[in-house]
Design a protein around this ligand. Structure first.
Ligand code: NAD
Length: 480
């Protein structure tokens, strides 16, 4: 890396002022870089000290006919992502990397079982072996599928080494890392795409299209969530490497996974493209389940004794965001209690509303209730975007959370091959991830408000509309 973290923070004027999460933030209720120094001009107060070096919003990197890929992390998600990339025209899987040789080998075996002709080189066996893979000069795109704390360091290193990056969610865990991603992407002009697959959910994209067409009128409020009963998975000794997901829940308290509920709501509100997040508050319930589960398991398996003295994350976290234009967003995160799966995905405007869970519904008059099934289908069809018409059927067949994973994979590669801007950029990655440390701070401080940093340095005011669901350009890549 050209600059160490310390050097970067010093040169950007961010050193020592609360960019590393709960502890550092707790001295004040702002995560902005500027306002805490006290002597700033109004412009500095607005944008912080950091000045944008290059605007990555709308940035189109030179087209790549072949997209040569290196994958870091071949656990559950890494293997399924690799299989999907392998099915896209113009992709060459050059290398696979995992801490564990067996995991990398399993990915190779699965590629072969599926008749793939890709023949990636394997990097495995040590904590830092992924750096060797990123040092290669024949890789264009690095896909990151490792435990959360590794995403930002791996993305930053890969961009420094001249690679575009697609990282699993969340892109970062601390505000410091969010800023580092922005700074590195702007300086290197490498994409930092956060793989928010839910933005390619079929109904989510219908609602984005409806919002763009003015169906909802002015959007006033949105709701999203990641409510998924995963308590058994978290306590599984075999599912996740070193129980990393349980450890996260045992050491942090806030919304640790905001992206699934937030992505499309942020796109509908055109956050970073004419709209911006202003401040948020966050409150967590107590933990009524995870510590009990650890104690129960420890009775028969001493391995779990180390978790019996932990203060686990509150089971339900609720956060509320206010935007600069006066809209509100409610986000929830609960991965333990016995509730049906829900991303809520509620969009409420001056003329109509829609929600995705428990079943997709649209309505525009309280006296009539939700639309009848036939009217719903009619509206759904009318607002089905071009991207779904073009590849939706194939995506459904190939699957991956009902097809949205395939849709995202195809679209990412198609953008890179056609040299067009990506649907999500480093500012989305930084902002959506910033909610994690900011919610932790608010939870630790009785739900006090905390201001969002402006990762776009003010360019949100003029950035053009985001995700291209109508495929105005591109759309030429096939499946193989
Ligand atoms: N978007 C989605 O719908 C979705 C779904 C599942 C998982 N995910 C995300 O995917 C990521 C991976 O989750 P998972 O369920 O596959 O976890 P996992 O534990 O199954 O896999 C993680 C892999 O990373 C490897 N690893 C750990 N340290 C490493 C290092 N230093 N170098 C190289 N490899 C290393 C592990 O050995 C393991 O194989 C997470 O960020 C998770 O949030 C996203």
């Amino acid at each position: 890396m050209k600059q160490s973290r310390k050097e970067f923070l010093k040169s950007a004027g961010l050193a020592g002022i609360g960019l590393t999460g709960v502890g550092a933030l707790s001295s004040c209720a702002s995560s902005q870089a500027g306002p805490m120094a006290g002597t700033d001009s109004p412009e500095e107060l607005q944008n912080g000290y950091y000045k944008q070096q290059f605007n990555m919003s709308g940035y189109a990197a030179p087209a790549l006919d072949q997209v040569r890929i290196g994958v870091i992390g071949t656990g559950n998600r890494g293997r399924s992502n690799t299989g999907r990339f392998a099915r896209i025209e113009g992709v060459e899987i050059k290398a696979l990397c995992d801490l564990k040789e067996q995991a990398a080998q399993q990915a190779i075996d699965e590629l072969k079982q599926n008749g793939s002709t890709h023949n990636p080189e394997v990097y495995a066996g040590s904590e830092d072996v992924w750096k060797e893979m990123c040092d290669r000069d024949d890789i264009d795109l690095v896909i990151i599928n490792t435990p959360w704390h590794l995403h930002a360091p791996q993305a930053i290193y890969a961009m420094e080494k001249g690679k575009h990056v697609a990282t699993e969610i969340p892109a970062a865990q601390t505000l410091e890392d969010c800023w580092m991603l922005v700074e590195t992407s702007e300086r290197t002009r490498k994409h930092c795409f956060q793989m928010t697959n839910v933005c390619y959910g079929f109904f989510e994209m219908v609602t984005l299209n409806m919002a763009r067409a003015g169906f909802f009128g002015e959007v006033i409020h949105g709701e999203g969530a990641y409510i998924h009963q995963l308590i058994s998975n978290k306590f599984s000794r075999s599912l996740h490497q070193d129980l990393w997901r349980l450890r996260e829940n045992a050491s942090r308290n806030g919304n640790l996974y905001p992206h699934h509920g937030l992505g499309t709501i942020a796109q509908i509100m055109e956050i970073n493209h004419g709209e911006s997040m202003d401040f948020m508050v966050s409150i967590s319930s107590n933990d009524f389940m995870m510590r009990d589960k650890a104690e129960e398991l420890a009775e028969t398996d001493s391995f779990f004794e180390k978790f019996t003295d932990k203060t686990f994350r509150g089971n339900m976290n609720t956060s509320i965001i206010k935007t600069k234009m006066g809209r509100t967003i409610m986000l929830q995160h609960d991965v333990t209690s016995p509730r049906p799966y829900s991303r809520i995905h509620k969009v409420s405007g001056t003329k109509a509303m829609a929600r995705a869970y428990p079943t997709p519904q649209i309505g525009n008059d309280y006296r009539e209730g939700w639309f009848s099934e036939s009217k719903f289908r009619e509206v759904e069809e009318q607002y089905t975007p071009e991207i779904t018409k073009r590849v939706g059927e194939m995506a459904r067949r190939m699957g991956g959370h009902g097809g949205m994973d395939t849709m995202m994979t195809w679209r990412l590669i198609d953008c890179l091959r056609n040299g067009i801007p990506l649907d999500m950029n480093v500012y989305d990655a930084a902002l959506w991830s910033a909610i994690i440390p900011m919610s932790e701070w608010s939870v630790a401080n009785e739900g006090r408000p905390v201001s969002f940093p402006d990762f776009t340095s003010g360019s949100w005011k003029t950035n053009k509309q985001g995700m291209d669901i109508q495929l105005e350009k591109g759309g030429t890549t096939r499946f193989v």
